[in-house]
Design a protein around this ligand. Structure first.
Ligand SMILES: [Zn+2]
Ligand SMILES: [Zn+2]
Length: 355
């Protein structure tokens, strides 16, 4: 039996760029739910966007890349026991609605509900000491093997979003793929694509990231500012690219890569999450050249086991991506750093104690 206090510390979003450390009641759980003591929570760009652009109403407790320990199990919650070390997923689709039957899980009404909370309107809750895990997201809870850390567990959610996107590209072994942007997400793309047999060209503006890209399996790396980048890429690709993953929110990168693709090639947008922005594209490249522009957002629960195997076996070793750790009280600093990363910053984590 774990000793569970009545109150806890939590970082509450109170408005635009306003995160405050507050004391909240420890969430109460229902019969079919879990209470998890948070060990680690990753800082995700989608949280940053909500905090810096105020796209959702306050108050909320964000943080959804969460791993921790099950400290209370509702009477009717099956498959878990106190003391289990787990990684959480805050969105789980219903698997049978119209969207789910089309495998568009992120559009499912159940999926859009957030099933993990530390209080207020559910928003992930990972920037708090305890979270309540609702019944409909229990299929997304993964046990962390003894040899792996909470940190590795917290990375399952972002890795899942990347593997889902890789699958949406439906490439063939030996294809040449340009991954533009080698932040934590771009690096995961580089590694997963290489594991699936692709020849990866990695570009970024930060030299230290290119070094890691090499270790993560990039066959070629280049500085994105290189004036002759197009020529260089086309020489490496021996003509044209089979696909480009755009892991930076740059419209110029989208436009130039659309030109560098072969007919029938694919361009995947992964970083263009801000609404209301537009850009000009030559639509004949889609209609006549049959180049596909694909988006991918959020995770695919059916890939969960595969993602867990990749991360926990360290075939995709996420540890080199974890560069900065902040205690819960310093969550605002963590978010600031993740929003404006220094050259050495990749994934930023918030710590509530324990590894
Ligand atoms: Zn995320
Ligand atoms: Zn559904």
């Amino acid at each position: 039996m774990f000793d569970i206090p009545k109150s806890m510390r939590a970082v509450v979003y109170r408005g635009l760029n306003d995160l405050r450390v507050e004391t909240l009641p420890v969430p109460r759980i229902k019969d079919d739910e879990l209470l998890v003591k948070v060990g680690v929570c990753g800082v995700c760009p989608t949280d940053i966007k909500k905090i810096q652009f105020g796209t959702v109403t306050p108050p909320r407790v964000f943080g959804h890349e969460t791993a921790g320990t099950v400290v209370r199990v509702g009477k009717r919650a099956r498959g878990f026991k106190e003391g289990d070390r787990v990684a959480l997923h805050h969105h789980v689709p219903c698997l049978h609605c119209h969207h789910c039957r089309h495998r568009a899980f992120a559009q499912c009404a159940q999926y859009k509900r957030t099933g993990i909370t530390a209080g207020f309107k559910p928003a992930g809750g990972g920037y708090a000491e305890y979270v309540r895990v609702m019944n409909f997201v229990l299929p997304g809870v993964v046990k962390i093997p003894a040899r792996n850390s909470f940190e590795e567990g917290a990375m399952l959610e972002p890795v899942n979003t990347v593997l889902k996107a890789v699958r949406r590209l439906s490439l063939l072994r030996g294809d040449t793929v340009h991954v533009a942007g080698q932040g934590p997400i771009g690096l995961m793309f580089t590694r997963l694509l290489q594991l699936e047999g692709m020849r990866v060209i990695a570009t970024d503006l930060i030299p230290s990231r290119l070094k890691i890209a090499r270790k993560f399996g990039a066959r070629w790396v280049a500085d994105g500012r290189n004036q002759r980048l197009g020529n260089t890429i086309l020489t490496w690709a021996k003509e044209r690219l089979d696909a480009t993953v755009v892991a930076v929110p740059s419209d110029a990168v989208v436009r130039e890569n659309l030109v560098w693709l072969r007919g029938g090639g694919k361009l995947l947008l992964f970083a263009h999450t801000r609404r209301g922005l537009a850009t000009e594209l030559e639509l004949a490249s889609v209609c006549v050249d049959e180049k596909d522009i694909i988006g991918s957002y959020s995770s695919d629960v059916t890939l969960q086991d595969e993602v867990a195997r990749l991360v926990f076996s360290r075939k995709l070793d996420v540890r080199p991506l974890l560069t900065h750790r902040f205690p819960l009280e310093k969550t605002a600093h963590a978010v600031k750093l993740a929003a404006n990363p220094s050259a050495d910053a990749l994934k930023v984590l918030v710590y509530q104690g324990g590894t």
